[in-house]
Ligand binder design. Structure first.
Ligand SMILES: [Zn+2]
Length: 78
């Protein structure tokens, strides 16, 4: 893949795929009222919320995905 430096300047951190369905459509939204930011997989609805600002969410999401993938040895829950 080529390194293209175009695209929106939203975040330089690439979001990992959803740990539940491997979907890559991750939506990040923050609530100023609650001071919470939530990342939601648009494919399966898996979400992860955290008290942080939107800018930091990609890092927390990625950590969440890695942890979930690490624990994915156990049988799938329905
Ligand atoms: Zn998903």
């Amino acid at each position: 893949m080529k390194k293209n430096r175009r695209g929106p300047s939203v975040s330089s951190t690439r979001l990992l795929a959803c740990p539940a369905c491997q979907g890559e459509d991750i939506d990040i939204e923050s609530s100023a009222e609650l001071g919470m930011t939530k990342a939601t997989c648009l494919d399966c609805g898996h979400s992860y919320a955290r008290r942080c600002c939107e800018e930091n969410m990609p890092r927390y999401w990625n950590a969440h995905v890695r942890e979930a993938n690490t624990n994915s040895d156990k049988p799938k829950e329905a």
